[in-house]
Ligand binder design. Structure first.
Ligand SMILES: [Zn+2]
Length: 241
């Protein structure tokens, strides 16, 4: 059976949204999704506590990442603490909401160094906004070749073609599909080598089932489909099928 892993979900409280581990697992069960990557909402003053609670409750279903605000002086230490003490598997950043350029050397180099030392991937909000446009990803992927970097939303709206070109050029840059339309996803899957496009939903901000169902159209090749909906992120996170 295809190993299906959702690479992008938010857990915790947030004004206007919010999601618990149990709520997410119920959506995953209904859609036939085996595992889900989870991280906090990053608006305002956030912590990683709700992710820890959800992971403790569903250790076989949920894959915890921490999130930090790069402006916080203790950001790199918090990444290390979450990985070393809590067993977290990755890092989420949101340059636009927290207000910094992804390629800012003083703010982000220490976080990428830490992720490289810890051997964890980084997923970054990657719509075509100023602070995290595709060239900022390319710069960081070049600067830190040992860090696997996922561009969430694959540069949608205006940066998709740039995102595809950079993912083609840089072995450690991956495109994550949440909230992108199937036309753009199909284009990325067709133009890129295998193992570069990764499925995620961005729950709870989506119709969960639809975000999964739309992926049936991403490729007619079963092996390619399996890589997109779980195989590639499983390799990155060393998850056995
Ligand atoms: Zn998100």
């Amino acid at each position: 059976m295809t190993l299906v892993i959702d690479a992008h979900n938010h857990i915790g409280p947030r004004t206007g949204a919010g999601q618990t581990g149990a709520e997410l697992v119920a959506k995953m069960d209904q859609a036939g999704v085996r595992k889900g990557v989870i991280f906090p909402f990053v608006e305002g003053n956030f912590t990683n506590d709700a992710v820890k609670v959800a992971y403790d409750e569903f250790p076989d279903r949920l894959i915890p990442y921490c999130a930090v605000n790069a402006w916080e002086p203790g950001a790199a230490a918090e990444v290390r603490r979450c990985v070393k003490e809590w067993g977290f598997k990755g890092l989420k950043l949101h340059p636009t909401i927290n207000g910094y350029h992804l390629a800012d050397p003083k703010l982000c180099n220490p976080l990428f160094e830490e992720a490289g030392d810890l051997g964890i991937p980084i997923i970054v909000h990657g719509a075509s906004d100023l602070f995290n446009a595709p060239p900022e990803f390319a710069e960081m992927a070049r600067r830190f070749p040992r860090v696997k970097l996922l561009m969430a939303h694959m540069g949608f709206f205006w940066g998709v073609e740039q995102a595809i070109a950079y993912a083609q050029e840089l072995p450690n840059l991956y495109l994550e599909t949440s909230r992108a339309p199937i036309h753009e996803i199909t284009t990325a899957v067709r133009e890129l080598p295998p193992g570069k496009v990764i499925w995620g939903t961005d729950s709870p901000f989506v119709d969960y089932e639809w975000e999964f169902k739309k992926m049936e159209r991403c490729s007619k090749d079963p092996a390619t489909y399996a890589a997109v909906v779980g195989g590639t992120i499983a390799e990155i996170l060393n998850i056995a099928a």
